[in-house]
Write a protein that binds this ligand. Sequence first.
Ligand code: NAI
Length: 742
Amino acid sequence: MDGSNSKDALSIEKRADGVFVIRMDVPGEAVNTLRASFAKDFAEVFGAIEHDPACKAIVFTSGKKSGFIAGADIAMLKDVKSAHEASELARTGQKAMDRIEAFRVPVVAAIHGAALGGGLEVALACHGRVASDDKKTKLGLPEVMLGVLPGAGGTQRLPRLVPIQTALDMLLTGKQIDAKKAKKLGLVDEVVPQPILIEVACKLALSLANEGRAGKERGAPSKKLEGLEAVQEAALTRTPLGRKFLFDQAQKQLLAKSRGNYPGPERILEVVEKGLADGFVAGLDAEARAFGELVVSPQASQLMNIFFAQNALKKDNGVSDASVKAREVTRVGMLGAGLMGGGIAYVTATIAGLPVRLKDKDPEGVARGLGHVRGLVEGRVKRKRLTRQEANEQLALVTGTTDDATMKGCEVVIEAVFEDLALKHKVLAATEAVGGPEVIFASNTSSIPITQIAEGSSHPETVIGMHYFSPVDKMPLLEIITTAKTAPWVTATCVELGKKQGKTVIVVNDGTGFYTSRILGPLMNEAAFVLSEGVKIEDIDQALVDWGFPVGPITLLDEVGIDVAAKVGPIMLAEFGDRMTAPPGFEKLLADKRYGRKNERGFYLYGKGKTSKDKKVDPSIYPLLGLEPKKHLPADEIAQRCALLMVNEAAHCFGEGILRSARDGDIGAIFGLGFPPFRGGPFRYVDTIGAKEIVRRLERFRDRLGVRFSPAPVLVEMAKTGQSFHGDKPIQPGGFPRKKKS
Ligand code: NAI
């Protein structure tokens, strides 16, 4: 934040044609980020050439190969103490952008690589933008994902440059778009190959100078809308009625998704509307004020915590000794070409770029798996994310087989065959026979302890769990499970492979249900208890969605499969005892062949034309369970009962040392199970509410509803000592080992 290393961040090349090329290259950093001092640096550089008659135009670009400007330095925001301080930071940024925009000669941004957040705001303030057609070139305003909004004029300039709907979409989702799309939207003027980027930008800058475009009217769009589009745009943005319609609609859609849990997007709508109604300057003022308030909001604080945790995980090799290196993986073996195997093969080939041998027990299975991969790749071609040639190259990386011998040469073999210990042992033995003592055998089992699988190995140090989530191509988390015998290099190698597959990876110690399945169990179980008391299914799902989960627990039960949950339940009960007891009567579901969405018989009605949005509860479920859905419970009580049991189980995992850190537990719950991000994860949630209060709530429920609410020992201890899971002196994991049942 002191900006000491940004002093020499900007350099000027004075070209003979009168274009001055300003390059940003923050010394000592891999990527350019904007710090508090950048406004001063900009002022100095622009001040130095203000009166230079040789300067006819400016091209602003990055001196880094890695990209343009990746955004503002988030650590700087995290350090901010008050809303006022944050607002001032925004105003400083706004002034720097104003200075570029009002400069005597035109300024053109030459963009190669990421132009995100503050980086895009710099580009927006320029008079023209040229982007390289490189895959790395991405433009976006991702601030909303950190719970804030673009604070250097982005909320005002973007809607003046591109159609309002596009601007709102980019601002509210934080999505990143490539150069081609940016050109189509009018966000950039030209897209060219990277080697000629600067030349083309200089040409554009000179031609703008010739047109006298410098100091142009603020916010003039670079692409003129025509015909109906232009009329629509004017109606929506320039008339009070149009604006009311537009923003009411946007607000409605937003609340349907955010349930009012995220102030960031709401404030974005507010400041964009303000700017359209009352003008640019009023818009900037609203932007700075909203930015200030959001930066110090609890939601932004949690979202930034997640951002930092993810960054820390990117650097974590998954073992306590940071010097342990991952071994090189040149080829991956995939056993089982079903739902999971196909998905894992897909991310290995297309994201990690590694060759995969995909094995199934018969040619039909292989064909199904290859078809799965092909379907996903072709989908990307259709959506124009891949060229035909790229698709062919990716597809060529996945080859099918029914022969174990072809697994030779694979450093890592992942198995996703049926969930059956004997079968897992059989494929493990076959893998070791072919692969030798150093082949890593990674199981994607969802419920069998890895230690039991490793018992079938002649070198258990190479056996590990790699627990992916379905659908593998979309779910961001990978939970890696180690046994007491897993060698550190094996863990480090699998962590590295997971990262290459695009996953956020946490490493946990082996135990029934590992971490994620284990903490999901009690939440789902409690939802079943609430239902068994006669509360409506919709009310239960709604309560948890309002609390911030992406779907309700009963919907999830249908998705996961009632049969799968019924299998896991008794295993959890045998291992953890009373607190996993399920409410009586649910066996009737299986007897009625209700397995969930997979056979279109579950708690909800499925079938033709039913999308997940308009699905309805199957009314026959209540008589089947012998219930009358008449009871009303406050939504908050339903949510608390379910969520607190997840949080409590997470605390058990922490106390027993299943988790390596509270950070991993937060990330695992958010990315694997959809725990509300704005609450920061189960452990951040405890820290926010306070362990004492969490214990008090659990005990109140325990006295009313039973022992399943008994607080985890680590929480009881923390309630006494006042310690927290995060912070300067956090409590350490593993202090409360589970007493084995005799
Ligand atoms: P699936 O039934 O879709 O696929 C299993 C595949 O294994 C089938 O294609 C089958 O022909 C093949 N197979 C059976 N014996 C084989 C052998 N000896 N050699 C090679 N292939 C063989 O099952 P799914 O859903 O893909 O699950 C696979 C594993 O992943 C299971 O252990 C499951 O518990 C686990 N898992 C499943 C998740 C899910 O959501 N479906 C999530 C996480 C883990």
